[in-house]
Design a protein around this ligand. Structure first.
Ligand SMILES: C[S@@+](CC[C@H](N)C(=O)[O-])C[C@H]1O[C@@H](n2cnc3c(N)ncnc32)[C@H](O)[C@@H]1O
Length: 496
């Protein structure tokens, strides 16, 4: 980050008045400044907004309405970046790519305030131009002023009607601009939903003329859901806390998971159970895929469970509790030592101390083949299923990301199958619905071996409607717009 974008130095600036000589001056408009600094960090050094913003708000003492505004501006500008960039491009004589990278985040923040918040237009422009002057200087402040005044001449629907391709001739391009997703992600999600993305309504083999406007209808619902703020979901770790405990702290019971609860607002760390690691933040679908693995009947011993890709430990925390209640033990394996440390915290003090953490490469298991009765392999993936919670990730991933991960995903699934005993069960999970990292991986690995069969995973989650997917409905796919969860994929395999 350049010097100019750094927050005001704590030792410089005016004093806060009599007797406040050492008190740092409150930065002017701390909410917009924090949002700008996070956007710059995301752009310049690949920071993660969901990790950086909370710590920045804490360090700078930004609370209440300012914190809410900073959060809205940061997440909104990142999620809607594709739409805003198309609009900004139409408001600038030259190409948007030639705009100074220090200025671009200011313009996106201004566009978000003007087009998607209740901030009055004159306040949105003047506060953003003030920010521009402070972070990039007067000259570029004038440029920001001129651009944002043009942006403010239309509302969002009017702008998208101008800048988005026609839906009838280019449905993917249209949805890509209107709902702010890269084109390749729209195509991948449409394919996963079974809606043919490459066929325009009316085109031969397409959705047909009557479907104009309705082509890619479910894909559109999904894209829209990615731009909504997700609710916070908690998991009560079995044997250490109960959902009733969480309800006492202001949460409401989750729709599907018997261990889940929703927190409408507020900081999860305000709950004692979360501070004491007896509960944790965990998406409901993540809870359910782990639970499904434990619900499959196995004949004979059911004492040794493996989580082959455990870091940072969300599913291990739940599995260790469930294992402890059944007098089984969980080995949580993670290749990265720092992440293994987080896993160890997540499983500590589980019922009967059932969880143990190891740093290990699960593609080359250090344990004997067939050592485990149940194996979870929650493979590294593109994370296209968690776009609601990681606002910048849709701009970071490329079509090549999924292809690059496939060999590791296949190796991890092979290692998991080798680690399961005959009659044991393996869950292959991704936080992505992309077919290249879900059904294609399972199909590729099963085509090489005859020692595993695919179970109907939805049978183990029959409280959740609309999850059967792929391979004649034998896989499970959760969806944000259907289930209010991340788009988790699950395949359950029985070792013969
Ligand atoms: C999708 S994350 C798992 C999330 C975790 N199950 C949870 O619920 O918190 C995948 C994890 O696999 C780890 N990983 C990648 N390659 C691995 C390997 N060869 N062996 C073990 N772990 C691996 C990554 O470091 C990452 O922490």
């Amino acid at each position: 980050m350049s010097d100019r974008s750094r927050p005001p130095s704590r030792s410089s600036g005016k004093s806060g008045g009599k007797g406040a000589k050492n008190t740092p001056p409150a930065p002017k408009d701390p909410a917009r400044r924090a949002a700008y600094d996070v956007l710059r960090a995301v752009q310049d050094r690949d920071a993660y907004a969901n990790l950086l913003l909370p710590s920045m708000l804490r360090e700078r003492g930004i609370h209440g309405r300012d914190a809410a505004l900073a959060t809205e501006l940061t997440y909104g500008a990142l999620r809607r970046q594709g739409t805003y960039d198309a609009i900004l491009d139409a408001c600038i004589d030259r190409s948007l790519s030639s705009v100074d990278p220090e200025v671009l985040p200011v313009l996106r923040l201004g566009a978000h305030q003007l087009l998607a918040t209740a901030v009055p237009p004159h306040a949105a422009v003047s506060a953003t131009v003030d920010l521009a002057r402070r972070v990039v200087g007067h000259h570029r402040g004038r440029f920001a002023n001129a651009v944002l005044r043009k942006v403010g001449r239309r509302d969002l629907p009017d702008w998208t009607a101008v800048v988005a391709p026609d839906r009838a001739t280019d449905p993917v391009g249209h949805l890509s601009i209107v709902h702010s997703h890269p084109r390749w992600i729209v195509e991948a999600l449409a394919a996963a939903l079974g809606e043919a993305a490459d066929k325009a309504p009316g085109a031969p083999g397409g959705a047909g003329p009557d479907a104009e406007g309705a082509g890619l209808a479910e894909t559109e619902q999904l894209l829209a859901a990615h731009n909504e703020r997700p609710r916070v979901t908690l998991v009560a770790k079995p044997g250490r806390a109960s959902v009733a405990d969480l309800l006492g702290g202001g949460a409401t019971a989750a729709r599907y998971s018997p261990y889940g609860a929703y927190l409408a607002e507020g900081d999860p760390a305000a709950l004692r159970e979360v501070r004491q690691r007896r509960a944790a933040v965990q998406d409901e679908a993540s809870q359910l895929v782990a639970l499904a693995l434990t619900r499959v009947g196995v004949e004979g011993a059911d004492a040794r469970w493996l989580d082959a890709c455990a870091g940072p430990g969300g599913k291990s925390g739940l599995l260790a509790g469930l294992a402890g209640k059944r007098e089984a033990r969980l080995l949580a394996a993670e290749v990265q030592p720092a992440r293994a440390g987080l896993v160890a915290q997540a499983v500590e003090r589980s019922v009967r101390d059932a969880g143990r953490t190891v740093v290990a490469d699960s593609t080359r298991p250090a344990w004997r083949p067939g050592a485990f009765d149940r194996v979870l392999v929650d493979a590294p993936c593109t994370g296209l299923g968690a776009l609601r919670r990681r606002p910048e990730s849709r701009w970071r991933r490329t079509p090549e990301t999924a292809d690059g991960l496939a060999p590791l995903q296949r190796d991890l699934l092979r290692g998991a199958l080798d680690s399961a005993r005959p009659g044991g069960v393996v869950a292959y999970v991704t936080c992505s619905p992309h077919l290249a990292e879900t059904s294609a991986i399972v199909a590729a690995v099963l085509s090489e071996r005859s020692d595993a069969e695919v179970l109907r995973a939805a049978d183990y989650l029959d409280e959740v409607p609309g999850i059967a997917a792929g391979a004649g409905g034998r896989y499970v796919q959760f969806w944000p717009h259907r289930h209010g969860t991340d788009a988790m994929f699950l395949a359950l395999l029985r070792k013969r």
